[in-house]
Design a binder for this molecule. Structure first.
Ligand code: FRU
Length: 493
């Protein structure tokens, strides 16, 4: 049975889709049908295809009562839109169907575990009093039915209890032993947060297993959207902390994303942390989620926006929010490494190679190097006398977005304050970079309204979106000091 709320959302989206031409959208980054999207949800492989859902409010460009939008893909790059999967149509999720995850069951059903948010009390001029619980839905890849016994995990099930309004974002998986596991964020009464592990034999009856990690006041308050998985012999916990104090160049003030790498002793239920790093050091990246592909790759996708900037949507925009390019994860020298999924190589065409370029202090352009859908690698081979190398993309007389390498400071800066945004929001970020194998290697993935930069084969990543008019297609180089670079550039189809 499809509820009225769900049918309304499906009808509204279908009507809007007719009005928004595909050419208005990015080439290979997923957007919502219309209106607002945030976190990716339910990223999973089901019946031979990749499924992704996302936090969705189709009716406006700002966050509202959360639905789950849905799309499917065979190659993680071309997404086919499917009808809206869930609406906030039950008492226990009448405030919204918040983030969650998905899994294929042996009996052929697609299982979703998500956070139902219920309004307990409306208080005039104040935020509603809400309660968050974990809920199930089952479907066939297109239509989903919520479980009649919902909710299945309650704030009271966390030992010592937690804030009933901050218990969310379950990430589910099933281990080889057949047991279901889910990591969930639970805010403590002192405004710190625990990432709790729950387990279940049947997917319906859950019990608390252990606490994997805990935020302290210096590492932010709530840690949203946890994910936990094995990678290259280690275990990795991903979280998106809110309200963090800055820590050097690694974490900026406010919302961050963080990977904690360590050893998980499953028998004794303890996660020993070894290192901690930012997942993406750009401007627009939050709430990543991973899945395992059938060929054994751990792939991560994320919301390509940030809460602090998302309240400022340029006029005329008909869909707001995108998901990042899916990225393959690995561990190298104790660090989380991310590279665009290898499927992207199949989209490359029109190869241009420029060797031993020495950009000057005035604008340097290279024949064949321009465009808004591109995969470009710049290898900086000589940087002893280099103060600043500016690589300018999406550029014309008025607009541009800059990536600035300052080797003497070991800094890479992203700057988009001339990108066409008319708002005084966060427009720049810096990250620490060091040469690897004697060079700085910067890979740029441009897709109309976004740039994802990968440093030294995925050692660091920085993501930024912009609303620059599409005819600003220039790619330019400027050098303060002296350098020699190689540029390899492809158009992406
Ligand atoms: C993270 C988040 C989640 C929540 C969802 C609501 O961006 O705040 O914690 O489930 O968004 O849309």
């Amino acid at each position: 049975m499809i509820s009225k709320l769900l049918q309304n959302a499906r009808d509204y989206e279908a009507q809007m889709l007719e009005q928004i031409p595909d050419a208005e959208r990015p080439g290979f980054h997923l957007t919502g049908g219309c209106g607002w999207i945030n976190d990716p949800n339910g990223f999973s492989y089901y019946k031979g295809a990749y499924h992704i859902f996302y936090q969705y409010f189709p009716y406006s460009n700002s966050w509202g009562s959360m639905h789950w939008g849905h799309a499917v893909s065979e190659d993680l790059l071309s997404w086919k839109r499917l009808p809206v999967a869930m609406a906030p149509d039950e008492k226990y999720d009448n405030f919204g169907c918040f983030s969650g995850s998905g899994l294929e069951l042996e009996d052929g059903r697609h299982m979703l575990l998500y956070t139902g948010v219920e309004t307990l009390e409306k208080i005039p001029y104040r935020k509603d009093r809400i309660r968050q619980t974990q809920c199930l839905a089952f479907g066939d890849g297109e239509n989903y039915e919520k479980y009649s016994g919902n909710p299945v995990i309650l704030p009271e099930n966390v030992p010592g209890g937690c804030m009933e309004g901050d218990f969310r974002d379950p990430k589910i998986w099933r281990d080889a032993d057949g047991i279901f596991y889910a990591v969930i964020s639970a805010m403590n009464h002192d405004a710190t947060c625990r990432i709790v592990l729950f387990q279940s034999d049947n997917g319906f009856d859950w019990e608390y297993a252990c606490t994997l990690a805990e935020s302290t006041h210096s590492l932010g308050g709530m840690w949203e959207c946890p994910d936990f998985f094995e990678l290259d012999g280690k275990h990795v916990l991903l979280v998106s902390p809110m309200a963090m104090m800055p820590m050097g160049h690694e974490f900026h003030v406010g919302h961050n994303t963080m990977a904690i790498i360590g050893e998980f002793d499953k028998k004794n239920r303890s996660f020993r942390q070894e290192s901690m790093q930012a997942i993406d050091s750009g401007i627009d990246f939050y709430a990543p989620q991973t899945m395992m592909t059938p060929d054994g790759r751990r792939v991560m996708i994320s919301w390509m926006q940030a809460w602090s900037n998302s309240m400022f949507v340029p006029p005329g925009v008909r869909f707001f929010g995108q998901l990042t390019l899916p990225r393959e994860l690995s561990i190298r020298d104790g660090r989380l490494i991310q590279t665009p999924v290898r499927e992207l190589l199949g989209r490359r065409k029109e190869k241009v190679i420029c060797k031993n370029v020495q950009p000057g202090s005035e604008k340097t352009v290279l024949a064949g190097v321009s465009g808004r859908m591109a995969d470009m690698t710049v290898t900086v081979k000589d940087y002893v006398m280099l103060k600043r190398l500016v690589i300018r993309v999406a550029a014309d007389e008025t607009c541009h977005t800059d990536i600035i390498l300052m080797p003497r400071k070991h800094v890479l800066r992203i700057e988009r304050d001339h990108a066409g945004y008319l708002y005084d929001i966060v427009h720049s970020r810096e990250m620490t970079v060091v040469p690897r194998l004697g060079v700085y290697k910067l890979r740029f993935i441009l897709d109309k309204y976004s740039l994802e930069v990968f440093v030294n084969d995925g050692e660091r990543a920085g993501t930024v979106t912009f609303f620059t008019p599409l005819d600003a297609e220039g790619i330019e180089f400027y050098c303060d000091g002296h350098t020699t670079i190689d540029v390899e550039k492809y158009e992406l189809s």
